[in-house]
Design a binder for this molecule. Structure first.
Ligand code: PGA
Length: 249
């Protein structure tokens, strides 16, 4: 299974010039990397600038809406993302769930819409600090996974990638240690096994995200056996991002 490394630029950089600089530096640095699938998720407004330039890696979006078209002010459809050359889309990121009140039901609607077309969804799940302190992690991961996948058949599920992103580790500089992350990775695989079957669960790519840096990246892949990483802050520094890819590849 090829490793998947995803750069989530979030609402950065501030200018198109900055975005182009970052994009080109990552592109140059990633030229010789062959055995890792790299996906860059810039802001929607920058996507059209990178469409034809992304030869060594793929483009992804950070969010989408489930309807095809219509009166949904401020929303972006999957057709628009496909047209801009996106191949991946992040669904249910904790910042969407937290700041924009995306519910499990909305995440399910988005996931179903993505699976109806050619895009590949990256579903994010993870517990908050409070939930972890109350020892509710397993319940939360189960609830988020089961509701996101409601009425999704096994052939459709094969396109899904799941990212375990403990909310308390995102952007905090306090990553989840590899041992704890591995337990959650195994739990997610078990949930998928129960929902579908073992063969399908074995084929699933599970990523880790939350304060990934070059100094801790290897642990998630080599010790905790994740099949990739979702990188936020560290992906805004081309050198550091390339370093992460080189370390795990
Ligand atoms: P971080 O963000 O690497 O800055 O913690 C990860 C994410 O939110 O995808």
């Amino acid at each position: 299974m090829r490793l998947l490394i995803v750069a989530n630029w979030k609402m950065n950089p501030r200018t198109l010039r900055g975005a182009k600089q970052l994009f080109n530096s990552v592109k140059n640095g990633a030229k010789k990397i062959k055995n890792v699938e790299i996906v860059i998720c810039p802001s929607f407004v920058y996507l059209s600038n990178f469409r034809s330039r992304a030869s060594s890696f793929k483009l992804g979006a950070q969010n989408c809406f489930w309807e095809e078209k219509g009166a949904y002010t401020g929303e972006i459809s999957l057709g628009m993302l496909e047209d801009l050359g996106c191949q991946y889309v992040i669904i249910g990121h904790s910042e969407r769930r937290g700041y924009f009140k995306e519910t499990d039901e909305m995440v399910n609607k988005k996931l179903k819409a993505v699976l109806g077309i050619k895009l590949n969804p990256i579903l994010c799940i993870g517990e908050t600090k409070e939930e972890r302190n109350k020892e509710e992690t397993e319940t939360v991961l189960r609830r988020q996974t089961i509701s996101a996948l409601k009425n999704i058949s096994s052939p459709k599920f094969s396109k899904v990638t799941i990212t375990y992103e403990p909310v308390w580790a995102i952007g905090t500089g306090s990553p989840c240690d590899a041992e704890e992350a591995q337990k959650m990775g195994l739990l997610i695989r078990k949930i998928i096994s129960e929902l579908y079957n073992r063969t399908i669960s074995k084929k699933l790519r599970i990523l880790y995200g939350g304060s990934v840096k070059s100094k801790n990246a290897a642990g998630y892949i080599k010790e905790a056996h994740f099949q990739g990483l979702l990188v936020g802050g560290a992906s805004l520094n081309a050198k550091e991002f390339i370093q992460i890819i080189k370390i795990v590849s």
